[in-house]
Write a protein of this length. Structure first.
Lengths: 154, 741
């Protein structure tokens, strides 16, 4: 089957079985590295992307269910040369160790700030509660998100 | 149970094993090498093996250590930039790679700054010295009259020559061995070392630049998955190969003995192939009988063991008669690494050479074990380190490298990417072994410890590849012609194995410490961050509080009274001051505060933790609002990087202490996903306050030493809050409720 997807503003045609998890299409057909395989069970959040503006676990969405919803991945936020304010804040706070969970953290923070531009620390922690980090950089991640939320113009 | 005292002969023998496998420094074995030769230079003496000036005006610096998320490549870049006097951004690091760069064995034990940093410091100073001498010859001046600025040498009269020009002029300039002719800079002259520098690898990792082995894509690459039984010991009897081969995209089904894997053109097709194999495979009913989790401590104590006295003093004197005796027993569960990304490797058999890209901690040792299993020469196999998800020790990285290589052998010419699924990682990777500890001590009339007896039971925490007597790779034990597991090495104190930090740093006039190395290993064992130090310090520091209470002393004063090392006293005092330690303050049934101290490996970093808890007596949930830690790391290369490591260790230790245990019934591992192996989440993470002591002494690694005192201080805080003590980790709500009922 072929499907048409809009990812980071560009339209792509991909050929894969309808039940294929979106994650593998993003990574292997479109060559994106942001979304990561963590559990395949929707438990850890490493594979997160925005689908139709909402935070989604791409390991647990079948290709046939994506429909017309535009997809934004980590690469769609910013680049090495022009990082998104969240990516910049993560770098400034050194809010990572291995960085494997960072994709999910940044995407979940983006989804939070899109719906609540001035979250409290408690709201940040709640929004990230289902995103797992094993290196223990949680507090730096919260600081990075808070810093972006406190910027006057975003 | 045999009791073996360490005779001189035993020490020599065990050192022999250790040198082969752990490469600890020992002047006797390294013969003529002067004692001031940095450890990692001893077998890697070529200057160009460490530092190479490139035609494009950059410097390539090689290390045998690997970036595990700890920021080592950034710290080593700082050291190289400092000694060479070259801009930080001109340096390109190449990490562990058997095809180039030094063999530094494993990246473990918080030793990379010490070992690789020490070598790069010497190599940098040497290169700078040689280039200065060359410039002095060219300008006809004395080297002392020259200055170096960002790789350019400047004479007093303004004449200049860059490092690269000088190297080009005489090609052999940096080709020799490192003679240790140039003295490295004095710490007081450091400009970059000691400053917080952002990690060089994070911008790429945070913007989706391919950075991980999981992100590798090679032309014609196929995807593979492995299929393992539900339990240790089961043998593969049959599976429906034809049905799996008929699935879309499947290019190979590989079976060899009990090893079973599938390769396909697309990743989801490989996963579908795996699912089909899982449902069609028949495994024998064989199983390894696992311990009863509910009685882990006594179950471990029943296993066959080799007992070694690893520390003793004053045993020729009789134990004091009228002293007050106290004893207690503790335990710790088996722990999973629980990295967010399951282990992954890419392997490619091409023109008779096998190249494996791996997030292993030991590229060279892994290469040796891979070659053995594949029946190839070491020179025909290369292992190249590429980062993976967080590494807290010996996880599935090495095992998946062999899995991928076995598949690659079946599809020659095609690169193979094999990532474990979540349940592969949770069920089959090596675990930090469960531990049982027993302490008995006597207090004199002055309230000081006069006698100390300690026992620790656990499997070896050191079962990595590259050890003699076998192969330590999962699939190797399952092949039709299987390889045997290497026996556990004997790692002497102060490094130790399950007995790491079993010998207390306190002044104890009479003591005996015994390590019961368990010989039966029902649950797969390996190295998890700190090896035995986590369990031993949990026991020792819990017990110090129990003794302080028996002596009617404040826990801080009691510890200080048993410590002579001023650096130990200083970290304890600094942590207590920062936290506002109030002697004699009682817990109120819910809130409490605990303290603990550890000098990691007895020769590494010093750390003291003060942990606050709030206990919900109804739900049994322990909240940790705040942790204060003071740490003495000697000379700190990258203060923010070191702080990040300490913070991460504290958070991980809180997680281990409150939540983590590998679960199993009597036949199989049952914690196979995140719901069965929960870790600390954002709403549960404490606020952290770190005090770094200012020192200019040699550096101690920061990667591990913050965990042990955090766990112990948390246990002490619970006891302080509630008056009840939990002596088994983790301190789950069920155990809390049972202790409070």
């Amino acid at each position: 089957m072929t499907y048409r997807l809009t990812v980071n503003g560009l339209s792509h045609e991909v050929a894969a079985a309808p039940e294929t998890p979106l994650l593998y299409v993003l990574r292997n057909d479109l060559g994106l590295n942001g979304p990561k395989f963590g559990c395949g069970l929707g438990q850890c959040g490493a594979c997160a992307a925005l689908v139709g503006g909402k935070l989604a676990r791409t390991c647990s969405i079948a290709l046939r269910d994506v429909g017309d919803d535009p997809i934004i991945t980590l690469e769609g936020l910013g680049t090495l040369q022009r990082p998104h304010p969240l990516q910049k804040a993560f770098i400034e706070e050194q809010a990572a160790q291995c960085g494997y969970c960072s994709n999910g953290m940044i995407m979940a923070a983006k989804a939070l700030l899109d719906r609540n531009p001035k979250p409290s620390d408690e709201e940040i922690r709640d929004a990230l509660a289902d995103q797992l980090c094993r290196c223990g950089t949680h507090n730096r991640i919260v600081s990075a998100v808070r810093n972006v939320a406190m910027e006057p113009l975003r | 149970m045999s009791v073996m005292r360490l005779s001189r002969r035993h020490v020599t023998q065990s050192l022999g094993v250790v040198l082969a496998t752990f490469a600890l420094p020992s002047p006797s074995v390294f013969g003529q090498a002067p004692p001031n030769v940095p450890f990692s230079l001893r077998n890697n003496r070529k200057l160009e093996g460490w530092i190479r000036l490139e035609a494009d005006g950059t410097v390539t610096v090689f290390t045998g250590k690997a970036e595990l998320g700890q920021g080592i490549l950034t710290a080593l870049t700082q050291i190289a930039a400092e000694e060479l006097d070259v801009g930080f951004d001109k340096i390109r690091m190449v990490s562990a790679d058997t095809s180039q760069g030094p063999d530094e064995q494993y990246t473990f034990g918080s030793q990379s700054v010490e070992q690789s940093g020490g070598a790069i410091r010497a190599a940098g100073a040497e290169a700078r010295g040689i280039l200065l001498a060359a410039a002095a010859r060219r300008f006809g001046v004395r080297a002392e009259e020259l200055q170096v600025r960002n790789g350019t040498i400047i004479a007093a009269d303004g004449r200049r020559a860059t490092f690269w020009e000088l190297a080009k002029e005489s090609a052999g300039l940096l080709k020799g061995d490192i003679a240790l002719a140039a003295a490295p800079k004095k710490p007081s002259d450091y400009a970059i070392v000691g400053k917080s520098v952002n990690r060089i690898d994070l911008p790429g990792k945070l913007t989706g630049v391919p950075s991980y082995v999981q992100d590798m894509r090679l032309p014609g690459m196929v995807f593979a998955r492995v299929v393992r039984p539900s339990r240790y010991g089961a043998r593969l009897l049959a599976f429906d190969e034809a049905a799996v081969r008929a699935l879309p995209g499947v290019v190979a089904v590989i079976s060899d003995g009990n090893f079973l894997a599938v390769a396909a053109r697309r990743e989801e097709q490989a996963i579908a192939g795996r699912d089909a194999l899982v449902s069609s495979a028949h495994w024998s009913d064989d199983a390894v009988e696992l311990p009863d989790m509910a009685r882990l401590r006594t179950e471990l104590q029943k296993l066959r063991a080799e007992t070694i006295v690893v520390g003793s003093a004053g045993q020729s004197e009789p134990a004091p008669g009228q002293a007050k005796r106290v004893s207690a027993e503790y335990s710790r569960a088996y722990l999973s690494h629980a990295a967010i990304g399951p282990s992954c490797a890419v392997a490619w058999l091409k023109d008779g050479r096998m190249t494996v890209w791996s997030h292993t901690q030991g590229a060279f040792p892994l290469r040796g074990d891979l070659a053995k299993v594949l029946g190839m020469q070491n020179g025909e196999v290369d292992v190249v380190h590429v980062p993976g998800a967080g590494c807290y020790g010996h996880n599935g990285a090495d095992d998946v490298a062999l899995d991928a290589a076995l598949v690659a052998r079946a599809v020659p010419g095609a690169p193979v990417k094999l990532q474990w699924m979540r349940d592969d990682e949770f069920a089959w990777a090596p675990f930090g072994p469960g531990m049982a500890m027993k302490v008995e001590a006597a207090l004199g009339s002055d309230g000081k410890i006069v006698d100390w007896s300690y026992d620790v039971w656990s499997n070896s925490h050191a079962m990595r590849p590259g050890q003699p007597g076998g192969v330590n790779l999962l699939a190797a034990w399952d092949l039709k012609t299987p390889f045997v597991k290497s026996p556990a090495p004997h790692i002497p104190q102060p490094f130790g194995d399950g007995d790491r930090n079993a010998v207390p740093s306190y002044e104890l006039p009479r003591k005996e410490i015994r390590n019961h190395l368990l010989l039966d290993a029902p649950v797969r064992n390996g190295s998890f961050r700190t090896l035995g130090a986590h369990g031993n310090i949990f026991a020792i520091e819990s017990f110090m509080d129990e003794l302080a209470e028996a002596a009617g002393s404040d826990p801080l004063a009691f510890r200080l009274a048993h410590l002579r090392d001023p650096r130990a006293q200083a970290v304890l005092q600094a942590a207590a001051d920062k936290a506002g330690w109030a002697p004699g303050k009682k817990g109120d049934g819910q809130r409490g505060r605990g303290l603990a101290y550890c000098r990691y490996k007895s020769i590494g970093m010093y750390a003291a933790a003060v942990v606050d808890v709030e206990v919900d007596r109804k739900t049994g949930v322990i909240k940790v609002p705040r942790v204060v830690m003071a740490a003495d790391l000697g000379l700190v290369v990258n203060p923010d990087g070191a702080k990040n490591q300490l913070e991460g260790g504290i958070v991980q230790a809180v997680s281990l202490t409150l939540k983590e245990q590998v679960a199993f019934d009597r036949r199989q591992i049952t914690s196979r996903d995140w719901s069965a192996y929960p870790v600390l989440t954002f709403t549960e993470v404490p606020s952290l306050d770190i005090v770094l002591m200012q020192r200019s002494d040699p550096s101690f690694g920061a990667g591990e030493g913050s965990l042990p005192p955090t766990s112990a201080a948390l246990a002490n805080a619970f006891a302080h809050a509630t008056g009840r003590r939990l002596r088994g980790l983790p301190m789950t709500p069920e155990r809390v409720k049972a202790a409070l009922s």
